[in-house]
Design a protein around this ligand. Structure first.
Ligand code: ADP
Ligand code: MG
Length: 430
């Protein structure tokens, strides 16, 4: 069963000529961790806020646990949301910040009682029937009997009660222990570090035991080191509380490391949905290929050619034979004409030095020593290339060549090239 379903969801903000979210479709499974990722302004927060009920859904449907929630108030959707700016109450202690939501949230329970609510609604229906369809004696009799039964018999009804002080305390302490913030429960937010505040904000969401956790760039306000640490903590947290997550970020590293599945968005349109591996290894278009992976994939102007029944791609004036996987894909698609393409090569898939295959020459513009690898910026016939070179396996000659700059030979791995249609920018492997 899917836990959260978005069906043909659109968002039109008044005053904007174009829709902000366009035909968003997704089925999120129970306990799945899904990440919406894309550049700033692509509609991630808007989509999340529609799931939360903080933003009206212009058209389409959102279901949470099979229940259509379009017209359900945020507080009744059984979700909890954590934002980038933690929005803690400054005058309350950490404990009270976490307990606050529980004081408002009522607990449903069943009890045996006279169901007055049902009696009221049936009586209303009876009056309407007598007025509008007096000839329908059968329905009138049925309603009268049902009302009379309900007046005399207790039935199971759902009632609501507040949390007891003990229940609140148990839940706050459980969340505090999961997040290891027991030591500063009596502090006010102003006396906490950014990371601690973010933990309290998460704690406030955990105590409510929501069915779905919504997080909108929760780590963006933290410095790089803390962000890495909190990212790892989120992975652990997820194991501990084991519920459905929708997480929004513009950071592809967060998306890759946290998500069971990633939804890549651009200009309000979902570009691809897949596991991190799928999205990384088989990007559906040039945008996804460029957005996922760092340093970014290189895109070279190329031309697909067919010679003696074999596929080649011409880059920098050299015909490079395509491997059998790509070739059979192109054959399957009946591509029988030469066409302009973008050749995508990740920085990791180059090799420096002379090899006994197609070799190119480039000029080293910049070399960045990253500890275990070099990041080189090469200029090849006025095209810039980003190349990653692990230090392991570099011989002395290559090392000194890198150090002195100038011209260098390189080749790339034919097994790791991607081809995108020049016009549509779609992958030719789709
Ligand atoms: P993201 O979270 O991916 O950065 P948002 O969903 O916040 O993107 O915003 C998507 C687009 O919608 C942006 O162009 C933004 O300016 C616009 N937008 C967001 N909120 C409103 C609003 N309340 N009224 C009008 N336009 C809005
Ligand atoms: Mg946003």
């Amino acid at each position: 069963m899917a836990d959260v379903i978005l069906k043909n969801v659109y968002k039109y903000y008044p005053g904007n000529s174009e829709p902000t979210v366009i035909d968003f479709n997704l089925e999120i499974k129970d306990k799945e961790f899904v990440v919406f990722v894309g550049p700033s302004g692509c509609g991630k927060s808007t989509t999340l806020r529609m799931v939360a009920g903080l933003e009206e859904i212009s058209s389409g449907e959102v279901y949470i646990e099979s229940r259509l929630v379009n017209d359900i108030e945020p507080k009744d959707r059984d979700i909890a949301m954590v934002f980038q700016n933690y929005a803690l109450y400054p005058h309350m202690t950490v404990y009270d910040n976490m307990a606050f939501g529980l004081k408002l949230k009522k607990i449903p329970y069943t009890a045996f009682a006279i169901d007055r609510k049902k009696i009221r609604s049936l009586t209303k229906e009876l009056k309407l029937t007598i007025k509008n369809e007096p000839e329908n004696q059968e329905k009138i009799k049925q309603l009268q009997e049902e009302i009379s039964y309900l007046k005399q018999n207790k039935v199971e009804v759902i009632k609501y009660r507040k949390h007891t002080r003990q229940e609140i305390d148990d839940k706050v302490m459980e969340a505090a222990s999961i997040l290891e913030i027991e030591d500063y429960l009596e502090r006010k937010p102003k006396n906490l570090s950014g990371g601690q505040r973010q933990r309290v904000a998460i704690g406030r969401a955990i105590v409510r035991k929501p069915k779905v956790f919504l997080m909108d760039e929760p780590l963006s306000n933290l410095d790089a080191k803390l962000r890495n640490q909190m990212r790892a903590e989120l992975i652990l947290l997820r194991k501990k509380i084991n519920t459905t997550f929708i997480y929004v970020t513009h950071d592809q590293v967060e998306a890759m490391t946290l998500g069971d599945r990633i939804v890549v968005m651009k200009d309000g349109v979902v570009q691809q949905v897949g596991t991190p591996t799928e999205v990384f290894n088989s990007p559906k278009n040039k945008f996804v290929a460029s957005f996922i992976g760092t340093p970014q994939m290189n895109f070279l102007d190329g031309k697909l050619i067919i010679k003696d029944g074999h596929y080649f791609v011409n880059v920098f004036g050299v015909d490079v034979k395509l491997n059998s996987r790509l070739s059979s894909k192109l054959k399957e698609k009946n591509i029988s004409e030469e066409k302009e393409v973008y050749v995508g090569i990740r920085p990791d898939h180059f090799k420096l030095g002379l090899e006994d295959k197609e070799t190119f020459k480039g000029n080293i513009l910049v070399s960045e020593m990253m500890g275990t690898e070099y990041h080189l910026h090469l200029n090849v016939n006025d095209t810039k290339l980003a190349v990653k070179v692990p230090l392991i396996g570099l011989d002395g000659e290559l090392l000194s060549q890198i150090a002195s700059g100038g011209e260098i030979s390189f080749s790339f791995e034919n097994d790791y090239i991607y081809l995108f249609d020049k016009e549509s920018e779609e992958s030719l492997e789709n």
